[in-house]
Design a protein around this ligand. Sequence first.
Ligand code: AMP
Ligand code: GLY
Length: 427
Amino acid sequence: MKVLVVGSGGREHAICKAVAKSPLCEKLFCAPGNAGIAADAECLPIKVDDTSGIVSKAKELGVTFVIIGPEIPLSLGLADELDSAGILCFGPKKEAAELESSKSFMKSVCDRAHVPTASYKRFTDAEAARTYVSSKKPPIVIKANGLAAGKGVTIALSVEDALSAINAAMVDNVFGSSGSQVVIEDFLDGEEASFFALCDGTSARFFATAQDHKAVYDGDKGPNTGGMGAYSPAPIINDAMRERVMNEIIRPTIEEMKRIGRPYRGMLYAGLMMTKAGPRLIEYNARFGDPEAEVMIPLLKSDLLEILYACARGKLCDVNVEFKDGAALGVVMATDGYPGNYVKGSIIRGIGRAEAVPGVTVYHAATKRNANGDLTSNGGRVLCVTALASTIVEAQKTAYQAVDQIDWPEGFCRRDIGWRALTRAKR
Ligand code: AMP
Ligand code: GLY
């Protein structure tokens, strides 16, 4: 079949590499892709938010299956438009993707489905929100209701900080319309983990677990980013816990979505807090995580395209989802200045040397060839260097060995990706 992957990050590179290997894939396109993806797919210069452009190009090229990577096209209804054009796709329709794009919708589904999550109140009026937080004991969690590229959450350690977060979102509109409504919730204490389940509208199936590192600097210091590195599986989620999360969180959500006429088809990514009282849902995302995809997909033994295609057709029960033994760890390399301002276009060398380290793949998250054909940086998060090994400890060693082969003076990375799993392994 002819397949189109939508997106341009490391996640989409991991998807493209796996799909390109499938015997079911006759031709692979990626819109817009990047310089690394260009080795695995034909890149099309169409932006991810150009819904009609993507649909008409897919029709023109005779694409039979579209895999949507990022949240923006999902929230804009790309899956709905593809469906109207008779093109099958992996990724939920707009109303189902609201599990990610509207925190208040997500919370209302969780309430009705009795999914354990932080207790909350939502506000459209800044004064009412201020009065509410003034009576609360910190830490207080304040969230912009809509999509905010991972930056819409404030964990306020004092009432003053909570009041400033409310002002930023509701008065100064720093998140635009995403912040006109805020959700204020109780603080959950514990270790975070990312939990992924495939959902075909009626049934859900466990896919994999991972742990991300959101803060920009070592020791989880500094502002939050899209994710500076990840590993899979997450040692904190054993088989019994996996079943518990499927039964207490994922399946009730899927049932409720079906009941309200918004069947969920695609990857459901639950951000969990593993508290002393049990797993609690922090948030849902309607897609693969990034960089989590870059550590989960290379561990997959089964055919990714076959799995996503079956899922999109409501036939999850027909496929095998098997993983290799061992672990994967990925280190994100970003441009100096990220997540703040940074300059694009610096030259990156040594990817070949890094990939010569056994077990290593370098996924491109934002790269571009310049006029001389040099590989250059084209964004904040630029590469994800992933190593597969028998243990997370080994995978970490190998990943940093490969990182050290990359010659890119304008880039940086965290040196402690995997610290939680390593601490646990030493216990
Ligand atoms: P979200 O965008 O909802 O994933 O939130 C971003 C980050 O804020 C999460 O990954 C958590 O680290 C943190 N967070 C969000 N909600 C809570 C909560 N209720 N309690 C503690 N930490 C939270
Ligand atoms: N790694 C976090 C995310 O994809 O949202």
